[in-house]
Ligand binder design. Structure first.
Ligand SMILES: Nc1ncnc2c1ncn2[C@@H]1O[C@H](COP(=O)(O)OP(=O)(O)OP(=O)(O)O)[C@@H](O)[C@H]1O
Ligand SMILES: [Mg+2]
Length: 238
C-alpha cells in the first residue's frame, strides 16, 4: 500500500492536566475523503489543532507527504499544503468578500489562475457573488462558512481540513454547504472532515473514524459505519 498523504501516529494533546486526545492514530491517502466524528468534547478540534500547528501535541508524530510536520509552525504547514477551515469560520470581518478570497491565495503568484479559481468558487457559491464588495462581517453565518471554505480552497491545498462546517447553520444552509463539499470532493480534493452531523459526514466520505473521550473507538468504511448499530444508536439518533 502506498504511503498515506497524512499519517498521524499515537497523537496526544493535553490542556494542563486534562487529556483531550489519547494516542490517536489516523491516516488519509491522497484523493481520499475521510471523516472524524464524535460527540461534544470528544477531542476532534484538539486533534485538528495539533495537526495544523495551532496546538503543540504532548506525544505522537504527524507526517505529511512523508515529511514530519510536528516540528513545523502553522504557517509552514499551510505552505506544505494543509488548509483548515476552523470551527467558527474566522473570516476577516472588515475585509470584503473578495479581499477575503484573495487572502487565501497569498502564497500564490499565478494571477490568472487565481482569477479563474475565484470564478469557480463563485459559481459554487452564488450567494457570495452578489456580496463580493460587502464586508464579510455582514454575511450570515452560512455565507461566512461558504466564504471560509472558498478562502481555504484559494490556497489550492493538498489536504483540506474542515472543522464542523454545519455548526450553527439552518438545515437548508447545511444542505448547500454539503452539496459544495461533495463537489469539492469530486473535483479530486483530499478531505479530512470533522463533524457532529455524523449522517451527513458519512454520506460524503468513503472512510470514517469515531472518536470518544480522546480515543478512536471505531473505524471503517463510511457506509459500514452508517449501518453499525453502535454508531446508529450513539451518533445517528436511531
Ligand atoms: N483550551 C482548553 N482548555 C482546557 N480544556 C480544553 C480546551 N479546549 C478543549 N478542552 C477540553 O478538551 C476536550 C476536547 O475538546 P475538543 O474541543 O477537542 O472537542 P470536540 O470534539 O471538538 O468537541 P465539539 O464537538 O464540542 O467541538 C474537552 O473535554 C474540552 O473541554
Ligand atoms: Mg470541536
Amino acid at each position: 500500500m502506498p504511503e498515506a498523504l497524512l499519517q498521524i501516529l499515537d497523537l496526544s494533546v493535553h490542556y494542563g492536566a486534562i487529556e483531550a486526545v489519547n494516542a490517536l492514530s489516523l491516516n488519509v491517502a491522497e484523493g481520499e475523503h475521510v471523516t472524524l466524528i464524535g460527540a461534544n468534547g470528544a477531542g476532534k478540534t484538539s486533534t485538528l489543532k495539533a495537526l495544523t500547528g495551532l496546538l503543540t501535541a504532548s506525544a505522537g508524530t504527524i507526517h505529511f507527504d512523508g515529511q514530519p510536520l510536528h516540528s513545523l509552525g502553522a504557517h509552514q504547514r499551510l505552505q506544505r499544503g494543509l488548509a483548515m477551515v476552523p470551527e467558527g469560520r474566522g473570516v476577516f470581518a472588515r475585509m470584503s468578500v473578495l479581499e477575503n478570497l484573495h487572502t487565501g491565495a497569498y502564497l500564490r503568484r499565478d494571477t490568472t489562475a487565481i482569477a479563474d479559481q475565484i470564478e469557480r468558487i463563485l459559481d459554487w457559491f452564488p450567494h457570495l457573488r452578489r456580496r463580493l464588495e460587502q464586508p464579510a462581517g455582514l454575511l450570515s453565518g452560512g455565507e461566512q462558512q461558504m466564504l471560509a471554505l472558498g478562502r481555504a480552497l484559494m490556497s489550492r491545498p493538498r489536504l483540506l481540513v474542515l472543522d464542523e462546517p454545519s455548526m450553527g447553520l439552518a438545515p437548508v444552509m447545511v444542505e448547500k454547504i454539503f452539496a459544495v463539499i461533495s463537489e469539492v470532493c469530486r473535483s479530486g480534493m483530499t478531505l479530512l472532515l470533522v463533524e457532529q452531523n455524523a449522517r451527513l459526514a458519512l454520506q460524503v466520505t468513503e472512510r470514517g473514524y469515531v472518536m470518544d473521550s480522546g480515543r478512536i473507538t471505531l473505524q471503517g468504511a463510511s457506509r459500514e459505519l452508517l449501518e453499525d448499530p453502535q454508531v446508529r444508536a450513539a451518533y445517528l439518533g436511531e
